[in-house]
Design a binder for this molecule. Structure first.
Ligand code: HEC
Length: 395
């Protein structure tokens, strides 16, 4: 069994795990933020209880109470939420290594953006993963941390810088995933380095018979609120590889910021609504941003050939054989692939016809060939597009 085949299985199984744990994590995160925002004043006199909520789910009634700091006595059994977050990161990081680091010259490096060796791209990618968290964490702990507005601005500046730097170093696709991975790392580190340690200190204080310091509760809550605004942006970045129109262009860092902003605004709308405020301006702005992106990112009509100048099929076939078939063949000769990527084979006339519409997207956005490894020329791109525009005829 060859390595690329096993890598495909690893890819599938880890991705599956990543989705499951990610859903569990974000699900609990949404749930608790929503619960916190929708607590009613407590009815039955325990002065330590800050709020409560009745709900019905799965055929049962639930009565939840939130304590301002902590209950009087530590309950015997306390449910913690951490493994969903940890496993989301472990699986996500493994997937990132398996795809983007192990095949850095395909996925991370685009010589047209910056011609660096694969190892250098991996080193920069790793440094950015760690650096993003360190800077963010220092910001939260600095005097900015006290001031929510100042901190939000600093976080936006950090995101702008990360997007710009990543898009000027990595392939568009790699840059989007890099920023997504950095954001995801910050979210998990918030759980592992701030929220959980703070909770441990609170529990330890109670075990020692002391009242826990409320600052841990405040810090944890602050990070958990940051996490909630980051969820939608991060999910967009994670699915972005499927959508080359978002990262294929020269201004891709602006597209990254605009779309993540739209995601954060939508999340903010839901949070505000839970608090009883209907801020319709938020989704309205998000919609304007998205429509703006749809218009701004519409591919130019591609390199144009004169009317009636459609290349012959023989020419097209020669181009795809040279520039695409190393990967898109029943038996790829590119060693990174055991099977044609996405099942797309571009060898026979029938196959070329069948995939023509999807080829157009990939060729026009310059998503394919990835990092232009096979060095397709502008003229050849123009010919492929002209052939497709003229009906992808194979006779
Ligand atoms: C170095 C290998 C390689 C080369 C060369 C290559 N591709 Fe791809 N292609 C891939 C990979 C990997 C994917 C899957 C991308 C993903 O995971 O989203 C892909 C996906 C595609 C898809 C499917 C996109 C989708 O998500 O529906 C099309 C169409 C495509 N390539 C066309 C081309 C064309 C046309 C060429 C030549 C101009 C080409 N590719 C050259 C590796 C390659």
């Amino acid at each position: 069994m060859d390595l690329a085949y096993l890598a495909d299985w690893a890819n599938l199984l880890i991705r599956w795990l990543h989705l499951i744990t990610g859903i569990a994590w974000i699900g609990t995160s949404f749930y608790f933020i929503g619960l916190d925002n929708q607590l009613d004043p407590p009815r039955n006199g325990n002065p330590r209880v800050k709020g409560e909520q009745w709900s019905i789910h799965g055929g049962g009634f639930y009565h939840k109470q939130k304590y301002a700091v902590a209950p009087e006595r530590l309950p015997e059994k306390l449910h913690w939420f951490k493994w969903e977050a940890y496993w989301t990161w472990i699986s996500g990081f493994s997937l990132f290594v398996l795809i983007y680091w192990a095949n850095a010259s395909t996925y991370l490096v685009d010589p047209a953006v910056l011609d660096i060796p694969a190892w250098a791209a991996v080193a920069i990618s790793a440094a950015m993963l760690v650096g993003g968290w360190v800077i963010y964490d220092l910001l939260c702990r600095s005097k900015f941390g006290e001031n929510e507005k100042g901190l939000s601005l600093a976080m936006v500046a950090l995101l702008v810088a990360s997007a710009f730097i990543a898009c000027k170093i990595f392939s568009g696709r790699g840059a989007f995933l890099q920023v997504g991975a950095m954001t995801g790392t910050i979210m998990v580190a918030n759980v592992a380095m701030v929220i959980i340690p703070g909770q441990r200190k609170m529990v330890a204080a109670m075990q020692a018979g002391r009242e826990p310091d409320p600052k841990y509760g405040r810090w944890g809550k602050q990070r958990s609120v940051h996490n909630t605004y980051l969820t939608l942006p991060v999910l967009f970045l994670m699915i972005s590889p499927h959508y080359p129109m978002t990262w294929g262009g020269e201004w891709n860092w602006v597209a990254l910021l605009a779309i993540t902003l739209a995601g954060a605004l939508v999340r903010q709308f839901f949070v505000a609504r839970q608090l009883g405020r209907n801020q319709l301006a938020l989704p309205a702005v998000a919609a304007v941003v998205v429509v703006g992106m749809i218009l701004a990112l519409a591919p130019a009509r591609g390199p144009q050939l004169a009317e009636g100048d459609a290349p012959t099929f023989a020419e097209v076939h020669a181009i795809t054989a040279a520039r695409c078939a190393a990967c898109h063949a029943a038996r790829p000769t590119d060693e990174a692939f055991a099977a044609p990527p996405k099942g797309v084979m571009l060898e026979t006339p029938q196959q070329l016809r069948r995939w023509a519409p999807s080829m157009r997207q990939q060729v026009a956005t310059e998503a394919m060939p990835p990092g232009n490894v096979t060095e397709i020329t502008e003229d050849e791109r123009a010919k492929l597009l002209a052939w497709i525009a003229a009906g992808a005829r194979t006779d």
